[in-house]
Design a protein around this ligand. Sequence first.
Ligand code: UD1
Ligand code: MG
Length: 416
Amino acid sequence: MISKQDVSAVILAAGKGKRMKSSLPKVLHKVMGKESLAWVIELAEKITGQQIVVVGHQREMVTTSLSNWGCEVDVVVQDVLDGTGGAVKRALRRIKGDWVLILCGDMPLISARSVRRLFRASISGRPSMLVAETEERGSYGRVWVDEDGLAKRIVEKSDLSGSEDSSLINTGVYFVPKQLLREGLKRIVPNNAQGELYLTDLVQYAYQKKMGFKVVLVDPQECIGINSRKDLALAEEILRRRIINSHLERGVTIHMPETVWIEDGVKIGRDTEIFPFTVIRSRVKIGSYCQIGPFAHIRSGTRIGNNCIVGNFVEVNRSLLSDKVYAKHLTYLGDTVVGEASNIGAGTITANYDGHSKNKTEIGRNAFIGSGAILIAPVKVGNKAIVGAGAVVPKRHNVADGKVVVGVPAKEIRNG
Ligand code: UD1
Ligand code: MG
C-alpha cells in the first residue's frame, strides 16, 4: 500500500488562462464561493503528504492568496511558461515522496474518491491516470488505450491530424513514480502546434519503456477544467447540485432546489427549511428549525441560531442572530448582533457603513424593532427595549433596557 507520506502533489497553476478573458488569474476564480486552486489544494491535503504549487503568470497574486488561505504548500516558480511539462520539471527538485500526484489548479471537481482509485491502480508500481469517456470532448487531450487498459499516447486537440479522434479525454490527473517522471521529463521536446513542453508526452515515453500508464475511468463531470467562463458556469452548476444534495442528505428541506444557491462550507441544522431563490454565501452557519427565504441573502460571516425566521428580501451580513429571532420582511442587518427572541420589523435597516468604516449594532434579548426603523451604527438597543415604527435611532444614542423610543431622531417616551 502506498501511504499518504509517500505521495507529493504537484499542482499546476502557472498558466496564462487566456480563454478566461480576465485580469484575475484563472485559478483564483471562485467556484461556489471558493477559488478553483483552493478546491484542488484542499483535495491534495486530504490525500498527500506534501503539496507543491507551481506558479508563474501573475504569481504575486497567486502567492498572496496562498498565504491568505494559510495553507502550508511549497511554491515553485515557472519563470518561462513553456507548458505543463515545463511546469512539472521546475518542481522535480522539491518533491519529497517517491510517488507524484499531478493535479491542475483549474480542475476543482476532481474527487478524493477518484484519486484514491488511481492510487489503488498503481499498487503494482505502474503509473496511472484519470480519463473520461465523453462526446463533449472540447479542447481536452485525446487518449488512446491498448487492449490491456494502458495509455499509448495523448494528442492535444490542436495536434489532431486528419479525422483521427478518440472518445477518451485526458483529465490531467496523473500518478507517477518520481523516478519515471524524472527520466521521462528529460526526453520531452516541444514538438507540437503550441511549441510547448507537453506533460502528456510522458505517457507515450512510459508506454515505450513498458511502463504504460494504467487508465482509470471517471465521471466526465469531475473533469471539467475551468478554461473559459462557460466552463466556470458549468462547473458551478455541478458543484451547486453536489452541495445541495449534501444538505438534503443531512436533513435540511430545500424547496425548489434548482433556484437555491448555497456556497461551500455552509452548515445548516436539521429540519431547517430553505425556500426558493435564497442565496447563502460561504461559511455561513444556520441552526435547526429555521425558515430561510424565499429571496433571502445570507452573507459570509453570519451565524443564525435555532428556530429563527429570515424571510423575503432580507439580507444578513456578518451578523449573529440568536435563537428565535424573527426578521421576516425587507430588512438589512449588517455587522449586527441580535439577542434571543427579538423581533425585527418589516423594513428595518441597520446603517452600518458611514462612508469610512463598518460599525456595529447590538440589539438585546426580547427587543422589538418596529417597521421601517433605521438604526445608525454604532448603536445599542437594550433587552426588552422597543423602537417605534419609522424611528431613526442616531449613532451612540443607545436605547436602555426596557425603554421605548419613537420618532426622528428617536426620543424616549414613557409608555409605548
Ligand atoms: C491540459 C492537457 C490536456 C488535458 C487538460 C485537462 C497538456 C499539454 N494538455 O490541457 O491533455 O485534457 O489539461 O484539463 O498538458 N500550466 C502551467 N504552466 C504552463 C502551462 C499550463 O502551470 O506553462 C497549468 C495551468 O495553469 C493549468 C494546467 O497547467 O492549471 C493545465 O494547463 P492548460 O493550459 O489549462 O491546459 P489545457 O489546454 O487545459
Ligand atoms: Mg485547462
